[in-house]
Design a protein around this ligand. Sequence first.
Ligand code: ADP
Ligand code: MG
Ligand code: ZN
Length: 502
Amino acid sequence: MTVTDLVSYEDALAAYDPVMGLEVHVELGTKTKMFCGCSTTLGADANSQTCPTCLGLPGSLPVVNATGVESAVKIGLALNCTIAEWCRFARKNYFYPDMPKNFQTSQYDEPIAFDGYLDVQLEDGEIFRVNIERAHMEEDTGKSTHIGGATGRIHGARHSLLDYNRAGIPLIEIVTKPIEGAGERAPEVAKAYVAELRELIKALGVSEARMEQGQMRCDVNLSLRPQGTEKFGTRSETKNVNSLRSVERAARYEIQRHAAVLSSGGTIIQETRHFHEDDGSTTSGRVKEEAEDYRYFPEPDLVPVAPSREWVEELRATLPELPRVRRNRLREEWGISAHDMQSILNAGAVDLITATVDAGADSASARKWWMGELARRANEDGVELAALPITPGQVARITALVSDGSLNDKLARQTIEGVLAGEGDPDTVVEKRGLKVVSDEGALGTAVDEAIAANAAIADKIRGGKVAAAGALVGAVMKATRGQADAARVRELILEKLGVEG
Ligand code: ADP
Ligand code: MG
Ligand code: ZN
């Protein structure tokens, strides 16, 4: 099916009601793998972080990573789930070359957390509750690289390389209950849910949840039912969608595709699909297995996990403020619009601005520099704001130098440039580059006298009452001092010397 076979979004929604299910995998940021002591550091040589356990060699025995369990409980609690008093791992059996044990250690009918919800805020401020079915622990697979094919896929490849460094890295899979009632906003809800979940995971400190690095990925299940009916339609499952924008686009595309199939009398088959970033389409993957196909059974090599109630309550007490609540609080404190807050979020600047304010800056100045000059520089260099080599403390120092009159905006920008270039702290840069505003009255007075002498005609006009002409003299003095004078003070001095009232 090609893009031209789609029904328009409006027509699709007029006839059908979408139901979604989102399955999100999060790679935990633990130092070691879920069932062995191998390192999880990214970027190491292929297969350098493996051992008999994560390679599934005979006779090796797994041991549960306690931090992995702790992270799972924290996620469960933050999602308002019940935490199981007792649960087990299960083997999910299937063969795949990147999974050397031929089963994935996962959880099946006994997840560590279940029955929760996450409230997400839509763009117009409305809160939409997404119910959570379960959050369970499992492990990641290795990574295949297919060589010789056109698109990096296995089709057409000559051979494949396998790297097991990722095999056994802890994953938490979070599965929603069917999301109903979102209507035409279903794609927006999907995106907002994944965004909120990502913020929550980061706030819990259990993962950096970088979607572009595959640390968090989302499967989008979607079905349509005729408007006014109850029974769910057959779902498709678009796998491993790895950006917020793609989650929204995949849901939207599937709504239009399902509607095209259904309205022309066809049937949707339950299958997995791949999402394509380039044109926003999905294509068929494989026909979906049923749970029975995996022959799940309890993992005999691992003891059950029984989080004590005291421990669970201890962890509950450490939960941070919910990202949505924090965002709304900061928006109020900073006195900005929802739109401005959204831009700050999109720029990844919330924590940077907060830290700059904590370091003594007022919020308006902190926002101005991070969202202005620094955002421009980050954009130019193609890096994240947080990756710029300047700290919130240094930005706060620059705002302090501006507000006590030592720097004007132009000099502050040059100071930032110096800090980014590695010339040192703001004070060092100001000192080395000689950036201080010229406030030495003697030097300023001389510069003003020179400007008056060089522009006699203008000076006469000002003496004659045309105060507005003073701008030209201010400009001359600023030029002479290479922009390092306080323009307001220069203007005062000019008028004083020419004997007119400002
Ligand atoms: P599987 O592991 O086979 O993908 P799960 O039950 O774990 O199955 O996940 C399926 C996801 O899709 C869940 O979020 C579930 O709520 C949702 N879902 C189930 N049935 C439908 C349906 N008919 N339409 C849309 N979503 C569905
Ligand atoms: Mg699934
Ligand atoms: Zn290992």
